[in-house]
Design a protein around this ligand. Structure first.
Ligand code: AMP
Ligand code: ZN
Length: 433
């Protein structure tokens, strides 16, 4: 069963023809953006000469930094009058990247989302509760529009307020949910605390989980807790948001929609393509976006193409779950955090000494960000109430900056190990890979 059989089952050569046509259109559009106009001149790219999708290798890469440097309008290709929405990437308050959408862009994204949900077995008869943040984060409205396009009864529940989430599930007989995996542990704890059995007392039939890295073991545990299947959803703001790649009912990798994106996997050091099956950095080009087309975007996400065909009959390539990143960004509680943001907050506080360490740990089934902070000795050994005030100040500052509440552990100046060579500032002890 397909949402759009004619597109989802296109043979490889037909897909390439479609991609080539769409790439030509995309390049024509891209050159209207001040950023790409300049880049094409600098790299002497004549977009009209690129006739086939395989020639994409002649184009330069686009990085997150390029997008940041060109906030707000450097990548916009059309009159602002045509734009109906913008989204920003999560977590960063410095200069978050922005993507604008025309009505066409929103329709195209909604269709990709509907296609993804359908592939994972969601139908118009489902009651779909979207348990994630609405607003600038793409997971809220992305899933919302997808559900509506598909025709589900959608419940835009938003994030948090677990008691209310459960009541909504009971009152309206929710059959499908979308949430970030780290939240599902809390949801389950709550259900148990209410004396309910998630497997018997709710009508849930399937879950969509994504937006942050998690292991297969975590997925298995979540599936066992709720007694239903959980399908992996991958996306990023630069490429719309969710609906980029999604698991079908076979749960054997995520189909990445090749009519909407050209997919490359490169060696992050040599920048050369790696063969199918080998892990590398995912690079993507939009093929159906008008306001902000993005060419050869270096996602920094590590994955591989799963060779061979999927049993579901869809021909679009499959990527494996994301196994890590090539930069130092980490994701905790669904928020993207760069260690530099934490450092920037700490360094503004004069009582904080030079060294700190970010530890990501699983505590009571939840991902937590623990920050060990060195504090000047006279403060550390001084008045306890004063020290407590400092701790709150640090906690507040970091929460404001990265949108995640940290656990602050204060230590005396000079007590954290100093690494030889490049400082190691983050220890991910969550066993995500
Ligand atoms: P944002 O643009 O803020 O939504 O963040 C996008 C990033 O979230 C991606 O580049 C990935 O690093 C991460 N991400 C999204 N979905 C998944 C997933 N299913 N598994 C692992 N990481 C994910
Ligand atoms: Zn499949």
């Amino acid at each position: 069963m397909f949402w759009e059989r004619n597109i989802e089952t296109l043979e490889k050569d037909q897909l390439q023809v479609l991609q080539s046509e769409r790439l030509a259109r995309t390049l024509n559009q891209a050159v209207q953006a001040p950023f790409y106009k300049k880049i094409f001149e600098e790299y002497q790219v004549d977009p009209k000469k690129i006739k086939r999708s395989s020639e994409i290798k002649n184009l330069p890469f686009t990085t997150k930094q390029d997008l940041r440097d060109n906030v707000p309008y450097g990548l916009l290709t059309i009159d602002q009058k045509e734009v109906i929405r913008l989204h920003c990437s999560s977590g960063t308050t410095g200069n978050p990247i922005v993507v604008f959408h025309t009505r066409h862009d929103i329709d195209s994204w909604s269709n990709l989302m509907a296609r993804s949900l359908f592939a994972a077995g969601v139908r118009d008869t489902d009651v779909f509760q979207n348990i994630c943040g609405y607003g600038l984060f793409t997971g809220g409205l992305g899933f919302q529009y997808g559900c509506e396009t598909l025709g589900c009864l959608s419940i835009p529940a938003g994030a948090g307020n677990t008691a209310r989430q459960i009541k909504l599930m009971q009152d309206y007989g929710t059959t499908a949910i979308h949430a970030i995996p780290s939240y599902l542990n809390r949801l389950h704890e709550f259900i148990v605390a209410k004396g309910m059995d998630a497997r018997k007392d709710l009508k849930l039939k399937k879950m969509m989980i994504g937006a942050e890295p998690y292991t297969e073991e975590q997925r298995v545990r979540i599936q066992e807790m709720f007694g239903i299947k959980a399908y992996n959803s991958y996306g990023l703001t630069e490429m719309n948001g969710p609906g980029v790649a999604f698991e079908c009912e076979c749960q054997s990798g995520l189909h990445i929609w090749e009519d909407a994106y050209i997919v490359e996997i490169i060696d992050p050091k040599t920048l050369e393509p790696v063969p199918d099956g080998e892990i590398g950095e995912l690079v993507m080009t939009t093929l159906d976006r008008h306001a902000v087309p993005i060419l050869r975007f270096r996602t920094r996400d590590l994955t591989r193409i799963i060779p061979g065909k999927c049993d579901c009959g869809r021909t679009h390539k499959r990527i494996d779950r994301i196994t890590g990143r090539t930069d130092d960004m980490f994701i905790v509680k669904g928020c993207n955090v760069f260690p530099m943001q934490v450092e920037a907050v700490l360094l503004q506080i004069p009582e904080v000494a030079n060294n700190y360490m970010i530890k990501l740990e699983t505590i009571n089934d939840n991902s937590e960000m623990i920050i060990e902070v060195e504090v000047l000795s006279n403060w550390f050994r001084g008045d306890i109430a004063r020290l407590d005030g400092l701790k709150k100040q640090i906690e507040h500052g970091i929460r404001n900056e990265v949108l995640v509440k940290p656990i602050i552990r204060m230590v005396e100046a000079g007590s954290l190990p100093v690494s030889e060579g490049k400082a190691v500032r983050v220890q991910d002890l969550r066993n995500l890979n």
